[in-house]
Design a protein around this ligand. Structure first.
Ligand code: ADP
Ligand code: MG
Length: 194
């Protein structure tokens, strides 16, 4: 099995090589699947991400004001989550990632119904390959975050049978690609469609 570093690099290269028109279409398809998922429609406060380095773009969802959207700001080795809506200002944070303003209201774990997690790759068990910072592993290892539903967001080519994992890797509960949303294997289904 290739190691994480090698896998990360080749999958990021493949994602960067996607023609913009395909990236747009696949991103829109992911948004449609999410819109039709009961995990989303039953939620009120959803944590998401601003697309970075050709990650699937979920921004069309953020205009739906039925939901309260939260986005991360990296503070040292942890993420703090802030309310953001279209039109609010942003700044460029650690790693060059767009972040909400740090004076925007903070969202606490007990207010969160769903977390949309950006991934370099996901496997059928829900394990995630990130950028190597371990930010989501650290977050999801904390009891206050552990029971909140999670959906890993990846393009289908990066949905793999099995990723190399380490003791600290935390699996996600669901995976959504441009083809469909799936429950991670070994999980009771949470993906009822409306
Ligand atoms: P990623 O999940 O971003 O692909 P890795 O799984 O390789 O990255 O994790 C990156 C680093 O994060 C590892 O060196 C690991 O030590 C650290 N890490 C992950 N989870 C925790 C945790 N719960 N507590 C402390 N450090 C952690
Ligand atoms: Mg990890």
């Amino acid at each position: 099995m290739p190691d994480k570093v090698q896998l990360r690099s080749s999958l990021l290269q493949a994602r960067t090589a996607l023609p913009v028109i395909e990236w747009r279409q696949k991103s829109d398809d992911i948004c449609s699947h999410l819109t039709n998922s009961q995990l989303l429609t039953n939620a009120k406060t959803i944590l998401a991400y601003f697309s970075f380095r050709t990650e699937p773009d979920l921004s069309s969802l953020f205009y739906d004001s039925n939901y309260r959207w939260g986005f991360p700001s990296c503070v040292g080795k942890t993420m703090s989550w802030h309310v953001w809506k279209p039109g609010d200002s942003t700044n460029t944070g650690a790693y060059g990632i767009t972040e909400p303003n740090s004076d925007a209201p903070i969202i606490e774990p007990n207010e969160v119904d769903l977390i949309l997690v950006p991934c370099v790759a996901c496997d059928q068990l829900g394990y995630r390959l990130g950028y190597g910072g371990g930010y989501y592993d650290r977050m999801l290892s904390q009891p206050k975050w552990q029971s909140i539903p999670t959906i890993g967001i990846v393009f289908e080519f990066a949905y793999l049978p099995q990723l190399p994992i380490e003791t600290w890797d935390k699996p996600l509960q669901n995976i959504c690609t441009e083809n469909k949303c799936r429950d991670a294997i070994n999980r009771v289904s949470t993906l009822n469609y409306v």
